[in-house]
Unconditional design. Structure first.
Length: 90
């Protein structure tokens, strides 16, 4: 009886020791909402002869550009930092 119990214990220990399941994780890709391009800048109408319309369009384009640049730069910095941390943990 002792021999049978010893054999069962050895078989169960050997079976557990040889089962190594490799787990590989990939860093998740960015959601599509965050990778969409910025909106197009506004064009100045061709028939415009007023400086106020020109200045308004330029100011609007500057604000669109700077908002988009800030969003994209912040996202890229965050994503790069998180990816670096993820790869260092391995």
């Amino acid at each position: 009886m002792k021999k049978l119990l010893l054999v069962i214990c050895l078989i169960s220990l050997v079976g557990c020791a040889n089962r190594v399941v490799p787990v590989t994780q990939k860093f998740p890709t960015a959601p599509e909402e965050l990778t969409t391009p910025c909106s197009d800048l506004k064009d100045i109408p061709e028939d415009t002869d007023k400086l106020s319309v020109l200045a308004g369009t330029v100011i609007s384009n500057y604000s669109l550009y700077h908002d988009c640049k800030m969003q994209v730069d912040s996202w890229n910095e965050w994503y790069t930092t998180q990816k670096k941390i993820f790869e260092e943990v391995k």
